[in-house]
Design a protein around this ligand. Structure first.
Ligand code: C2E
Ligand code: MG
Ligand code: MG
Length: 596
């Protein structure tokens, strides 16, 4: 628009109503609060918008009536300060305030103030222009509240997150990292070691006999011990090592950046020495030891899982070596485990594949000068490893429970063999069969035995079961009931490997047995060790007093035989007469003469 055209329109508008009218129209039609005051605080203008919003007429508030009406009494004091500023010729800054309505409502207002001076340049009027900011303020407030709410939720979430994190990565009891975190840490350390070409040590710890502590002193006590052990380990290992509780009584130490195995050995020795000083619990002294297995990255394995697994293998090796010691992993341990696992797998199939055989070893009666019995001994013809002696697989069979079906199979075969020999005319041959702990413990042991005897039609009077001392003493009362049942059936019982176990003479008196088998370890040194000689004599003497037969096993030399004969041992069994043999071979010996 051209300048002169603007000028023209302005003049035209003003001429229509005059300057004063023009100003009044603007004041009355503006949708903003307009208040005009003298600098002494006398209100002289309260525009239409003010009246409409507050409900007060201009008359009701002009002069000093505004006090306590459009402004609460408390705020009046602040307003007085505003007038003081006006009087000094200063313009108060833009400010947020409120205006009160007749119905008690508060309207929030953003006030902008200006000052009008008179001709002599004295401050004369103050003008307050205000806009309604109630909605904005409410919105702001709600926003603030929402923000606070959000903050609260956020912090609660954060707490929950922390709790979840703690539960996921820490052990509740000891506050140590748990297995998940330990494995992450190990991963991290292995990766770092790969980059920096350094070594990481892993120490797997398992407390010895902790179950006994829990069982005898209670779980609460056990928990306190575990906490103490955790604190103990933390204080004894270097700062940059990590210790975690994997569960139960298992702990794991990660040693990053180690120089050599020696460093780990130092740590293990320090722990062992300190543990041996005993733990103090409610002024009760508790002794705790641990078994530890140690593996090293990258020498032993180059990934986390294998490193952990083999530290565990070494730890179990430490347990087997009698506990309270540490063992470094060596490859042979894994080979051995693999061999045993393979053997266990094959053992499960061996009966079906008919890989077992029963060998028999004669038992020679010294007085009668002839074979009066045989001991049935199992052999395993392994498809790959060849002929295996019982010592190589019986322990695995015991551990896995496979000994039960295997033992029953031997018993069945031996009884069947006896029947066959009886039919062939080899009469009066006693058949001794070894019974393992697992078999003996079976609830249906006696029933199975009866069934086998019936099936094979063997005369029970010729059957002898061999149990070891340790089996017999496991639960003496139970043993006595079973042995009585056996005796009632006419079956003989002999105590195998006598002298290698507890040799508790008290119990020996109470057990209904027929024969004592003196272990071959007694005979090995008979000529050399005077003590063994005396011991063997004593055992024979003792057996005689208890009216028990004696049989010495492992007789290999004529000297041993003569010693036993001269000391009134009843029977002998050993390589001197024959090694355990297949049935056909053994038959040939039944009527042979032994000229010793
Ligand atoms: P055991 O019952 O004490 O059997 C005697 C062991 O001594 C047999 O070993 C036998 O071969 C060996 N032996 C006999 N005479 C001599 C000798 O003069 N010198 C030497 N050095 N050894 C001799 P084997 O057959 O290796 O059996 C070892 C063990 O395995 C047995 O000890 C027995 O405890 C167990 N066993 C064998 N067969 C069975 C079975 O069918 N069931 C169960 N549960 N265990 C069995
Ligand atoms: Mg035996
Ligand atoms: Mg024996």
């Amino acid at each position: 628009m051209e300048a002169n055209e603007k000028d023209k329109l302005g003049k035209e508008f003003k001429s229509l109503m005059g300057e004063e009218e023009f100003a009044r129209i603007i004041v009355d039609n503006s949708n903003i609060f307009i208040n005009v005051w003298t600098v002494n605080g006398i209100l002289i203008k309260f525009n239409k918008y003010c009246q409409r919003i507050t409900g007060f007429s201009e008359e009701e508030v002009l002069g000093t009536n505004w006090k306590g009406r459009i402004v609460s009494n408390e705020v009046c004091q602040d307003i007085d300060e505003l007038f003081d500023m006006y009087k000094e010729g200063r313009v108060p800054p833009t400010i947020e305030g409120e205006i009160l309505c007749k119905d008690g409502k508060h309207v929030k207002v953003l006030w902008n103030n200006s000052l009008i001076f008179d001709k002599n340049n004295n401050p004369r009027y103050g003008i307050s222009l205000g806009i309604d900011i109630t909605q904005t303020k409410d919105f702001e407030q709600r926003l603030g509240e929402s923000y606070k709410e959000l903050e609260k939720i956020y912090s609660e979430n954060k707490k929950a997150e922390e709790t979840i994190y703690k539960l996921a990565y820490y052990d509740v009891l000891t506050k140590l990292p748990n297995k998940t975190l330990a494995m992450k840490e190990l991963d991290y350390n292995i990766n770092e070691a790969k980059k920096k070409n350094t070594k990481v040590g892993l120490l797997s710890i398992d407390l010895d006999n902790f179950k006994d502590i829990n069982d005898t002193l209670g779980h609460n006590f056990g928990d306190i011990i575990l906490k103490q052990v955790a604190d103990f380990i933390i204080n004894l290992i270097p700062k940059d090592y990590t210790v975690a509780r994997l569960g139960g009584d298992e702990f794991l130490i990660i040693a990053p950046n180690i120089k050599d195995a020696f460093e780990l050995e130092q740590c293990a020795l320090r722990l062992k020495a300190e543990f041996e000083k005993s733990f103090n619990l409610n002024s009760r002294e508790v002794y705790i030891t641990f078994s530890m297995g140690i593996s090293i990255f990258p020498k032993d394995a180059d990934d986390r899982q294998s490193l952990y697994k083999i530290a565990d293998i070494a730890m179990y090796h430490a347990k087997r070596l009698g506990k309270n010691n540490y063992q470094f992993y060596i490859k042979e341990l894994s080979d051995n485990i693999k061999y045993k696992l393979d053997l266990e797998r094959d053992l499960r199939e061996a009966i079906k594949r008919e890989e077992f055989a029963v060998y028999y070893q004669p038992q020679f009666d010294i007085k009668q000068g002839k074979i009066t019995g045989v001991e049935a001994l199992i052999r395993w013809n392994h498809p790959k490893n060849g002929f295996l002696a019982p010592s190589e697989f019986i322990p695995i069979a015991e551990a896995t429970g496979l000994i039960v079906p295997i033992g029953e199979w031997v018993l069945y075969m031996a009884c069947l063999q006896h029947k066959e020999w009886t039919e062939k005319g080899y009469k009066d041959i006693r058949m001794s069969v070894n019974i393992s702990a697992r078999q003996f413990e079976q609830k249906n042991f006696i029933e199975n035995l009866k069934e086998i005897l019936e099936d094979t039609e063997m005369n029970p009077c010729f059957l002898e079961v061999e149990i070891t001392e340790s089996i017999a003493l496991m639960d003496v009362e139970y043993t006595i009931t079973i042995l009585n049942q056996l005796q009632d059936m006419g079956i003989k019982v002999s105590l195998d490997d006598f002298g290698t176990g507890y040799s508790s003479l008290n119990y020996l008196k109470r057990l209904p047995i027929d024969t004592i088998k003196i272990d071959k370890s007694f005979l090995e040194n008979i000529a050399i060790e005077k003590n063994d000689t005396i011991l063997t004599k004593t055992v024979i003497e003792l057996a005689r007093n208890l009216k028990l037969y004696t049989i010495a096993e492992g007789v290999e030399t004529v000297d041993q035989y003569k010693f036993l004969r001269d000391n009134s041992c009843d029977m002998v069994q050993g390589y001197l007469f024959s090694k355990p043999m297949p049935k056909d071979e053994i038959e040939k010996l039944f009527f042979s003469d032994f000229n010793i």
